[in-house]
Design a protein around this ligand. Structure first.
Ligand SMILES: Cc1cc2nc3c(=O)[nH]c(=O)nc-3n(C[C@H](O)[C@H](O)[C@H](O)COP(=O)(O)O)c2cc1C
Length: 177
């Protein structure tokens, strides 16, 4: 499988990246090709809501979203990798998701596999309720097939993350594909 990871933490060496790299290791070991896209270092502007695209067509904004669009429409699986920010995904990832607007139908038709990798400081049992509800709703709406979620409770710093079970879980998710 061709897998694209949307790595959406502004910290290239942070906890989100640890999970993304472990996922990559596992997925590559089981014969998949994995491309990690650092969306925080790309130039992707927020959707302006002009709907000139008609929900499927050229976007009036000329930026790196075109690259992401091409990669997502030619892969088999998308992985959303994000830190938990105020109980949701990072703004950088939400910006990319909103720009799905211009290729909504094409993406829907691809029936991509998907996964969620995420980390948070907190470890209350409700920590990921809002994010997982959002992710599952996206999966349903865009006709993805969820392959799994790694929810990193108590992953507030890279050392907290490394001492927990979540890097291994991300590795195993990748390995299982
Ligand atoms: C702007 C911001 C918002 C955050 N919001 C939450 C939150 O709602 N709940 C939580 O448990 N942790 C929250 N955190 C902590 C991060 O999710 C956590 O430190 C994570 O490990 C950061 O991942 P990174 O190393 O990839 O940057 C927040 C951190 C920042 C910077």
């Amino acid at each position: 499988m061709k897998i694209v990871v949307l790595m959406a933490s502004p910290n290239p060496h942070g906890s989100t990246s640890i999970l993304a790299e472990q996922f990559r290791k596992g997925a590559e070991e089981s014969g998949n090709s994995v491309e990690v896209i650092d969306v925080c270092r790309m130039n992707v502007a927020p959707c302006t809501g002009c709907v000139a695209c008609g929900y499927e067509g050229d976007c009036v904004q000329r930026d790196d979203n075109e690259l992401i669009r091409r990669k997502l429409l030619s892969c088999d699986m998308v992985v959303f990798a994000t830190p938990l920010y105020y109980y949701g995904m990072s703004a950088q990832l939400k910006t990319v998701v909103d720009r799905f607007c211009a290729y909504n139908s094409s993406l829907n038709r691809r029936h991509l596999k998907s996964a969620l990798l995420t980390v948070a400081w907190n470890s209350d049992d409700w920590t990921f309720d809002a994010l997982t509800a959002h992710y599952k709703t996206l999966v349903r709406y865009i006709n993805f097939e969820d392959m799994g979620m790694v929810l990193g409770y108590g992953c507030g710093t890279p050392s907290m993350t490394m001492s927990g079970e979540y890097p291994e879980k991300a590795y195993r998710l990748g390995r299982s594909l």
